[in-house]
Design a protein around this ligand. Structure first.
Ligand code: FPP
Ligand code: MG
Length: 286
C-alpha cells in the first residue's frame, strides 16, 4: 500500500470528522503503534504480515489526519530496544522499511502533491547503510512540503535523543557557538529532533511510554486504547481527539529566541542537512 491512502470514508464518517473539526484539533499527534504481533497471532499470520498490516494502518491514519487538518504526526516505528528482537523479525522490519521507502521515492509526485514532509528521528548510524541512504533521500525529496509533517522515529529512544542533544550542547560550548548561559529548557526543546506533541495515542492496552518522546510529552494529553494498531479505526482516532478536546490545556504561546540561540540552532540545522546529503552522495545505494 502507498504512504497515504486514498479517501475511503463513508459520507457519515466524513460528516463526523466535520463535527469534530468544529472543536480544537491538535497540531501534533504522536502514535505508539503497538500490537502488530498480537494481531498477527489473533489472525494466524506471521509477525511480518502483522507489521505490514501495521504500515497499511499508518497510511490510512495519515489520510484521516490530512482530512482532520492535523499538520504534524509522529510515529514510533522502530525503537533502539527493538534491535534485541529475533534476527528474523529485525531483518523483516528492515525489509519492510526498505520496501516502503523505495515505494515513497517511486510515488514522490503524489507525496509532493499531498504536501507530506518526511522527517526521520533517531540514531541513523545504527541502520544498514542502504536504509540510511533511502531514508535520507526521502527527507531530502520532501523537504519543501508543508501540509503534513510525518516524523518517523526509527532506531529511536527518547533517552538517546536527549543524550545526543546534550552532546550537541557540549560541542556548541566548546566551539564557542553557544554561550553557557543560553542553555535552558527552551534551547533543549529546539535541539531535539522531535517537537512537543499535543496528543499521544498508544494502542493495544499498554499504558507505558516505552522511552518515546520523554522530553516532549511534559504537557501532552495521553490517550490509551485497547485496540490493536492494525485494527485502529477512524472511530478510535475521533475518540482520541474528543478526549483531547476535553482535557487539553490552553495552547502555549511561542517563546522569543535570543539571537545567539537562533544562530546556534541554524548552524546545527545546516550541519544536519549536510550530513543527510553526505549519506546520499556517498552511498552506493542512492
Ligand atoms: C509494535 O508492535 C510495532 C512495531 C515494533 C513496529 C511498527 C512498525 C510499523 C507499523 C511499520 C512502520 C513502517 C515504516 C516504514 C514507517 P509489536 O511488534 O510490539 O506487537 P505486540 O505488542 O503485539 O508484540
Ligand atoms: Mg508491543
Amino acid at each position: 500500500m502507498s504512504w497515504v491512502r486514498e479517501n475511503c470514508l463513508s459520507f457519515f464518517q466524513m460528516f463526523c470528522i466535520k463535527v469534530v473539526k468544529t472543536g480544537r484539533i491538535p497540531k501534533h499527534v504522536a502514535f505508539i503503534m503497538d500490537g502488530n504481533r498480537r494481531y498477527a497471532k489473533k489472525n494466524s499470520v506471521d509477525n511480518s504480515a502483522g507489521h505490514y498490516k501495521g504500515f497499511d494502518k499508518l497510511s490510512e491514519t495519515l489520510r484521516w489526519c490530512l482530512d482532520l487538518g492535523i499538520p504534524e504526526v509522529t510515529v514510533y516505528a522502530f525503537s533502539i530496544e527493538n534491535f534485541k528482537r529475533s534476527k528474523e523479525e529485525v531483518d523483516g522490519l528492515m525489509d519492510l522499511a526498505r520496501d516502503k521507502f523505495r515505494r515513497l521515492m517511486d510515488e514522490i509526485d503524489q507525496i509532493n502533491e499531498w504536501g507530506v514532509r518526511i522527517h526521520i528521528a533517531g540514531r541513523l548510524s545504527l541502520l544498514p547503510e542502504d536504509l540510511q541512504a533511502l531514508v535520507s533521500k526521502s527527507m531530502l525529496a520532501t523537504k519543501h512540503n508543508n501540509k503534513l509533517r510525518l516524523n518517523i522515529a526509527y532506531a529511536y529512544t527518547g533517552r538517546d535523543e536527549i543524550s545526543r542533544a546534550a552532546s550537541h550542547i557540549v560541542d556548541g560550548v566548546k566551539n564557542n557557538d553557544l554561550p553557557p548561559e543560553d542553555i535552558d529548557d527552551e534551547l533543549v526543546s529546539k535541539i531535539l529532533e522531535l517537537r512537543e506533541a499535543e496528543l499521544l495515542v498508544r494502542t493495544s492496552g499498554e499504558v507505558r511510554l516505552s522511552d518515546f518522546m520523554l522530553w516532549q510529552v511534559s504537557n501532552t494529553v495521553l490517550y490509551f486504547t485497547e485496540v490493536l494498531w492494525p485494527e485502529f479505526s477512524i472511530w478510535n482516532l475521533l475518540a482520541a481527539i474528543i478526549h483531547f478536546q476535553r482535557y487539553a490545556p490552553s495552547p502555549k504561546q511561542p517563546e522569543h529566541l535570543s539571537d545567539t540561540k537562533k544562530r546556534f540552532l541554524e548552524k546545527l540545522e545546516s550541519q544536519r542537512w549536510q550530513h543527510i546529503e553526505k549519506i546520499v552522495n556517498c552511498s552506493l545505494y542512492a
